[in-house]
Design a protein around this ligand. Sequence first.
Ligand SMILES: NC(=O)c1ccc[n+]([C@@H]2O[C@H](COP(=O)([O-])OP(=O)(O)OC[C@H]3O[C@@H](n4cnc5c(N)ncnc54)[C@H](O)[C@@H]3O)[C@@H](O)[C@H]2O)c1
Ligand SMILES: N[C@H](CO)Cc1c[nH]c[nH+]1
Ligand SMILES: [Zn+2]
Length: 429
Amino acid sequence: MRRLDSSTKGFAEAFDVLVNDRRETDSDVSSIVEQTIRNVRARGDVTLLEMTRRFDGFDLNKEGWQVDASTCRAAFDGLAPDLRDALNLAAKRIEAYHKAQLPKDRDYTDKAGVRLGARWSAVDAAGVYVPGGRAAYPSSVLMNAIPAKVAGVERLVMVTPTPGGEVNPTVMAAAHLAGVDEIWRVGGAQAIAALAYGTDRIRPVDVITGPGNAWVAEAKRQLYGVVGIDMVAGPSEIVVVADAKNKAEWIAADLLSQAEHDPTSQSILFTDNAAFADKVALAVDAQIAGLATGAVAKQSWSANGAIIVVKNLEDAMPLVNRLAAEHLELAVDDDRAEALFDLVRHAGSVFLGRMTPEAIGDYIAGPNHVLPTGRRARFSSGLSVLDFMKRTSFIALDAQSIKAIGPAAATLADAEGLPAHAASVRKRL
Ligand SMILES: NC(=O)c1ccc[n+]([C@@H]2O[C@H](COP(=O)([O-])OP(=O)(O)OC[C@H]3O[C@@H](n4cnc5c(N)ncnc54)[C@H](O)[C@@H]3O)[C@@H](O)[C@H]2O)c1
Ligand SMILES: N[C@H](CO)Cc1c[nH]c[nH+]1
Ligand SMILES: [Zn+2]
């Protein structure tokens, strides 16, 4: 863990290093992914078979390539009642939040008599990546699949690794609940490439969404253009802005909640009190020791964690904006949280006040937990129904309205030296 103090010499340089640290996209990852994509294009299912054997440790031909609908239904029926209730509640809240995102078509006639507008429609087929290497993510099934179904996607394909050949029943139960149509037991960059280009077994999709580790995120980035993607959602991150009125144990748990995802995850605390910073650092170490995920959390905290002491929390906000973190907690009194929130320009999702831990957003609040990482909240947003939709504009003229705006079009075509364009308008005037 790095400990920085904004009042010391050399802070600006040390903070630059933190901001510019590209911890998930070293050249190694990107060249491995390039090669994987090439292999999937050339050898399709054979590459999937080999890579699944190598990374997930089982034989797709023996254990099955897909999980069928009846297995998912049985998994749902077999859930413990409290888990089923929790999944149902999460699904309802996610659905309600995302239904409200549905865009409206436009259709109107302007003053020149020209009819204009746009219609929204869903993509035909979407692929959702559900991570499954280190942990199973039923919550990510809901977060990806429900917005796709709300958008009206007809063919919804899920890919997820099943390490050791173990199919996670809660993931499959969530797929049943969310209405996933096809499930393939492949993961990593190879699964993304299969969805983008298709293989003999897997038909290609139009859009791929979902989070994943560095290889998955890089594959989506490289395949953008062949398919649509939501954004680059890689290893999890959290920035917590906290004053000394917090309980150090709560803040330590919040930092660890994202550190436990992946050794390349990042957790950063800003505080205006050095003694509180010490307490949180001790609490993190104490809690790591008791976590089943302690080994991963420790790697993440040691390599990428930071505690930054600032003069006051308002001064921290420009620094917070430069980090553009996936998650930002403002753990201060409610009115101060609002004031700090007004200073936030770049963050994937913001958690306001002391009683709003980020983990609530991971599971149950309603907004999507698939969010941009790696400083990409500067230019992209969390997953929404719009990622599964596209907008088609339309224009309708009649004999009157073409007279109103046609001559200007022909003049512009002349100026561009495109006579066929000009003629196609003038012939109608
Ligand atoms: N940003 C978000 O919205 C969000 C949400 C949930 C999870 N996450 C992140 O998703 C990630 C999940 O990662 P995971 O590893 O548990 O599961 P994963 O499914 O993303 O990755 C597992 C796959 O990675 C591939 N892989 C593993 N080691 C490899 C190597 N050395 N070379 C090439 N490929 C390799 C394998 O094919 C394996 O099946 C975490 O980083 C977590 O932080 C992000
Ligand atoms: N924090 C992750 C997004 O970075 C989402 C998640 C799912 N389950 C637990 N957490
Ligand atoms: Zn999480």
